[in-house]
Design a protein around this ligand. Structure first.
Ligand code: GLC
Length: 447
């Protein structure tokens, strides 16, 4: 798909059908704002980073039944709040976490600062009823520990924040209980200012929960949140901060959530897939949540980067802050793979050749094109459409391999007897730097 030929406005469904894609962008139809628009240059570091680690940890981690437990199980507020005394973080060591993110090959982290249950993991004067880790069992400021440790490990700092909070009757009945809804909004403004203002430079603000009364989407309650105003406040602390689309403003990138495969063509806008290292049944910790297969995680990562996206992988510590060993192991294996193959991932752009679902895709950087081959048998029959670049060299594992090139097509002959692997990477050197696809100037209306 040539991004220049894309309409200036379309729905998510139209995008999917145009790209024959499984992509499912969330929170489309947010407000537009020229004042908030970041230039492509300011997003460059994020696009180069490719891999991030997401962390869901809060009172729900003690229960182990998912981060929605309070709501789903109708747990009364006072009863739920008692968990805060048990939340002492005795096994929480942020250096271990940041080290794990580094070992995973992540270049940024996004930590849940406050989820829908209202419990703030930092010293938050703006918290309604002072429901914070500072005032309860822990007496710790985990966002301080997090931001400092992440920076020590050279990771960019992202913060997840849920605008809505189940503790407010105004969430359930915003028109009928406007004072409570206004208090919830005030809390959001105060807390966003605290998070963006009190912990050094926050690189990513990752909102969630901007809907109301359990209906609509993140973009339908802009009348309450006034997200442009909220994000101008956030940006006043860091004018270059990237902001996701889930506050009701359009955002700097798009989000695809969940463990479904990504298929179809290259997606010509900045986007991020967020999913779990474990089953995805919940984002918060659950006992015995099965850890995903390494090859499958590599498959997902490759599907995303060959379609020009980032991947944000969630890990969930238990109630005491410990990371299950099986999760640690898997994450390190992925990191090892990235250590060996990272030059075909980091700093690349998707393309120039469109992917073929479950067979191959490409990434490129300077005068290199990386073929990521997922199905070697099917690939053996493929003629690759490559126009405008002359291949000067074709290598696998540093060794030259044979290829033939005609005007607009390329065939690559893989060596026999290669080991079974999730991704077989062939590196092509071409006669000039590969031009990254320009982003489409499109607004998704969300219908
Ligand atoms: C969904 C879930 C929320 C989770 C988020 C992560 O919005 O409702 O609990 O934190 O996804 O992307």
């Amino acid at each position: 798909m040539d991004p220049k030929k894309m309409p200036r406005e379309m729905t998510g469904a139209e995008l999917k059908s145009m790209l024959k894609s499984s992509i499912n962008f969330k929170s489309l139809g947010g407000l537009k704002s020229e004042e908030l628009t970041l230039s492509p240059e300011k997003k460059q570091w994020w696009r180069d980073a490719k891999v991030g680690m997401f962390v869901h940890w809060g009172l729900y981690s003690i229960l182990g039944r998912g981060e929605w437990a309070r709501f789903n199980e109708h747990i009364p507020g006072e009863e739920y709040a008692k968990l805060a005394e048990e939340f002492t973080g005795e096994n929480w060591d942020m250096d271990v976490w940041a080290q794990l993110a580094e070992d995973m090959g992540a270049k940024y982290m996004v930590m849940v600062a406050r989820h829908h249950d209202g419990f703030a993991l930092w010293d938050s004067p703006g918290s309604y009823q002072g429901f914070t880790t500072m005032n309860t069992g822990s007496h710790r400021d985990y966002i301080r520990e997090y931001t400092e440790a992440a920076r020590r490990h050279n990771l960019r700092v992202g913060v997840y924040y849920s605008n809505m909070d189940w503790r407010f009757p105004g969430y359930f009945d915003p028109k009928g209980k406007p004072e409570s809804a206004a208090a919830m909004k005030k809390q959001a403004y105060d807390q966003v200012a605290e998070l963006c203002g009190n912990y050094g430079k926050v690189d990513i603000l990752w909102y969630d929960g901007s809907w109301l009364n359990h209906s609509g989407s993140d973009t339908t309650a802009a009348w309450l949140w006034e997200p442009v105003k909220l994000n101008l406040l956030a940006r006043s602390f860091n004018p270059e901060m990237l902001i996701n689309p889930r506050s009701g403003w359009e955002g700097d990138f798009y989000c695809d959530e969940g463990s479904h495969e990504i298929t179809g063509k290259i997606i010509p806008v900045p986007w991020e897939k967020n999913m779990c290292v474990c089953s995805g049944a919940s984002w918060g910790w659950m006992a015995n949540d099965p850890v995903s297969d390494l090859n499958w995680l590599i498959h997902m990562l490759v599907d995303v980067v060959t379609r020009d996206g980032n991947i944000l992988l969630n890990v969930a510590p238990d109630g005491k802050g410990a990371i299950p060993q099986a999760v640690q192991n898997r994450v390190r294996e992925l990191g090892q793979w990235l250590k060996e193959n990272g030059d075909s991932i980091y700093g690349t752009r998707g393309g120039p050749i469109e992917p073929v679902d479950r067979v191959y895709g490409t990434t490129s950087k300077e005068d290199h094109i990386y073929l990521h081959i997922q199905d070697r048998e099917a690939f053996a029959d493929c003629t690759l459409p490559l126009e405008g670049y002359r291949v000067l060299e074709c290598t696998y594992g540093g060794e030259k391999i044979p290829y033939t090139q005609e005007e607009s097509s390329l065939r690559v002959m893989l060596p026999e007897g290669l080991p079974r692997q999730a991704d077989t990477i062939v590196k092509l050197r071409v006669d000039r730097p590969v031009e990254p696809k320009k982003d489409a100037e499109v607004y998704f209306t969300g219908k």
